[in-house]
Design a binder for this molecule. Sequence first.
Ligand code: SF4
Length: 120
Amino acid sequence: MKITINNREYDMPENISILEAVKKANIKIPTLCYMEGKEPYGGCRLCVVEVEGSKTLVPSCAVKISEGMKIKTHSEKVRKVRKTIMQLIVASHGISCELNCLTCPKATSCELKTIAEEIG
Ligand code: SF4
């Protein structure tokens, strides 16, 4: 199946999600709730991407690729929305902990901290 990711064409197997296709293309999309082999939950929404023809951003873990699909993984719109989503996640995370990464014992292995830093 032919799809386009960030203006480059790829041949992908059928019946895989956009997120799986993007991974096969060696492009990294942030996710917090995706677990390989498990039914996608689509809860964190960090993996949203732009799909040509779609009015809204789509959660890449929960949507399968289709022939001719054109995907943008890091457009300005996507990065802006991801940053807002991450701000909301961090804000609600702060309710349940001190949110002080400098003193937190989990800081060296915290996925939330790592992705938040990557997103900026
Ligand atoms: S390292 Fe992770 S768990 Fe610890 S305060 Fe920072 S975001 Fe929270």
